[in-house]
Design a protein around this ligand. Sequence first.
Ligand SMILES: CC(C)(COP(=O)(O)OP(=O)(O)OC[C@H]1O[C@@H](n2cnc3c(N)ncnc32)[C@H](O)[C@@H]1O)[C@@H](O)C(=O)NCCC(=O)NCCS
Ligand SMILES: Nc1ncnc2c1ncn2[C@@H]1O[C@H](COP(=O)(O)OP(=O)(O)OP(=O)(O)O)[C@@H](O)[C@H]1O
Length: 229
Amino acid sequence: MRIVGLSGGIASGKSTVSNLFKAHGIPVVDADLVARDVLKKGTGGWKKVVAAFGEDILQDSGEVDRPKLGHIVFSDPDKRQLLNRLLAPYISFGIFLEILKLWMKGYRVIVLDIPLLFEAKMDKWTKPIIVVWVDHETQLQRLIARDRTSPEEAKNRIQAQMPLDLKKTKADIVIDNTGSPEELKEQFQKVLGHVTKPLTWTEFVLSRQGAFVAFISVFVVVLILSKTL
Ligand SMILES: CC(C)(COP(=O)(O)OP(=O)(O)OC[C@H]1O[C@@H](n2cnc3c(N)ncnc32)[C@H](O)[C@@H]1O)[C@@H](O)C(=O)NCCC(=O)NCCS
Ligand SMILES: Nc1ncnc2c1ncn2[C@@H]1O[C@H](COP(=O)(O)OP(=O)(O)OP(=O)(O)O)[C@@H](O)[C@H]1O
């Protein structure tokens, strides 16, 4: 199985690229969705976060008030690190379960869309690594427009992540999303060709089909040996 890493900065265009992958039949594990699930009322992650941050971060319904918690953690690095530490094991396990489900369905190529791929050191599990890059000003403007947030809040969120220029140096493939959606689609076609080329032997063995072939091979060898000895 080929596990492609997809990362970038906040509002650099990861979800837009993810949607292109999905439109071409390649499944995407979205770490933001997993992170939402592990913070739902009553879950282990929710309990840890409420114990650490207090009930002030809850809405009347008992669900976490996400904008409120976001405001707290994106303006205080220590609190952000605390939140990351509390949720990391739940998020990693959730991502692992999603990969397992896709493995069992027999997918050979999957994409992990993980904003904090490098920060959380999950990049070692993915190959190739795609980074969606934009210049700083475009990133800021798109973030402000999408989230209808203040420039200050938007800058805090951008600064909460590893610099996008540094992520770019760690990528196998860089998608420059500073241009139009049409330019993005043109680059995507090349990336798709790269990502869907035949699996290497290691990737094949890690796929469900490869595991099946390996199992049958061992079974046949054992059978032959037991007949001949
Ligand atoms: C702080 C929270 C509640 C704010 O929720 P909100 O709905 O406003 O934002 P959302 O979850 O949609 O995230 C939007 C983007 O913010 C960035 N972001 C999220 N969490 C973090 C973080 N801890 N550090 C840096 N950037 C982050 C990502 O680029 C993400 O795509 C939420 O982001 C959260 O629970 N974060 C911690 C979990 C986490 O690490 N998520 C990232 C998955 S790898
Ligand atoms: N090439 C483009 N031209 C214009 N707007 C774009 C382009 N690519 C993405 N956008 C817009 O920029 C915003 C951010 O894109 P997107 O939501 O895909 O980013 P993201 O990296 O997934 O963000 P997050 O880290 O918050 O999950 C969205 O409103 C999207 O529609």
